[in-house]
Design a protein around this ligand. Structure first.
Ligand code: NAD
Length: 319
């Protein structure tokens, strides 16, 4: 039996079923696994079947899945944490991004999980060692950080704590591949991991350029959505610069390395986003999109992502 069959063979449990947890349920159910979902908010759980049905119906309309009812029927909702994790080999923890909330949950899980059960945390930036230290399950805990929504954006960062067993990372890597995600292995812990550190650098410069009056928020957004972002949906920063000089990355580094060094040096000391600055950005964003339009715009974003996912699937199949 392969490592993957073993890890997914008993199904998976999702603990915390907000934005990200429900997205994970779709990832695993779409791949044919049984999924048990637990969230401590009963009001939220009552809304999940309708949300799941809507997402699956959208995915079907973009040709990204078949048989949405069958996929939906693999997802079940549990009244207790014990019921959700009983006999399960893989738990995807997706509760709030707070050390105290995560730690309390891991202490509960410590008394409940079987000896071989692995827990992946969806944590966006908190290393798992901040909330898994000193438990009997510690060697089988790691971060498995998705991007929202995980069923449309496949990358997932695997970040072990110093005490995570190497074979645990291998097993989660295999599972993620098997369910169609794209694992990226981070060698050791750092705050924000890789994805949000990259995003953090971009955001820092965007806020600073706005504050200094170089550009509106709309033009900064367009620089990505109608500029850099178009390439980034299929190649990353290293491949981008490799293709942007006749002699490849070395040539690019010779031509433009000095410019990028000046840019980094000019920035100097980091500053927090001030209240006054946040208010100015907020005013521009609320002019462009009133708060009560956020939900519709999120659904629009997901439909655009579905079209990109369908395009990428077709391109990759033909290459
Ligand atoms: N939203 C994103 O874009 C995004 C992307 C990647 C990773 N994440 C990470 O995923 C995790 C979840 O984020 P989210 O955006 O889904 O948050 P969310 O607020 O939408 O959902 C969190 C859910 O956890 C539940 N919960 C809290 N404590 C619980 C417990 N002890 N047992 C069971 N359920 C519990 C809450 O009721 C809530 O429904 C966080 O660590 C977050 O940083 C979020």
């Amino acid at each position: 039996m392969s490592r993957t069959e073993h890890l997914g063979s008993t199904g998976v449990a999702i603990v915390g079923a907000g934005l990200v947890g429900l997205g994970w349920a779709i990832v695993f159910a779409r791949a044919g696994l049984k999924v048990r979902v637990f969230d401590r908010s009963k009001e939220l759980v009552a809304t999940l079947p309708a949300k799941l049905e809507q997402s699956l119906s959208d995915l079907e309309s973009f040709g990204l899945i078949e048989a949405p009812q069958e996929i939906g029927s693999r997802v079940s909702y549990c009244d207790t944490l014990e019921e959700a994790v009983d006999g399960i080999r893989y738990v995807q923890e997706s509760v709030l991004e707070r050390v105290d909330v995560k730690r309390a949950l891991y202490e509960q899980l410590d008394g409940m999980l079987g000896q071989n059960t692995i827990v992946g945390s969806s944590s966006s930036g908190i290393p798992s060692s901040d909330f898994t230290e000193g438990l009997s399950i510690s060697p089988r805990c790691l971060v498995a950080h998705p991007v929202n929504p995980p069923y449309l954006v496949p990358v997932v960062e695997l970040v072990p704590a110093s005490w995570t067993l190497p074979e645990v990372v291998d097993q989660v890597d295999d599972l993620m591949h098997a369910v169609g995600q794209h694992p990226v292995r981070v060698a050791r812990e750092l705050r924000g991991f890789v994805l949000n550190r990259l995003q953090g650098v971009l955001l820092r410069e965007a806020w600073a350029l706005f504050e200094e009056g170089y550009c509106s928020t709309a033009d900064l957004d367009a620089t990505i959505s109608k500029g850099l972002g178009l390439r980034w949906s299929f190649i990353g920063p290293f491949e981008t610069i490799d293709l942007n000089a006749p002699g490849g990355v070395r040539d690019y580094a010779n031509r433009l390395g000095g410019l990028y060094l000046d840019i980094v040096r000019e920035r100097g000391e980091p500053q927090p986003w001030s209240e006054e600055l946040i208010a100015r950005v907020d005013a521009e964003r609320r002019d462009a999109l009133p708060l009560d339009g956020l939900q519709d715009r999120t659904e629009w974003r997901d439909r655009r992502l579905m079209a990109v996912a369908a395009h990428k699937r077709d391109m990759e199949a033909s290459e």
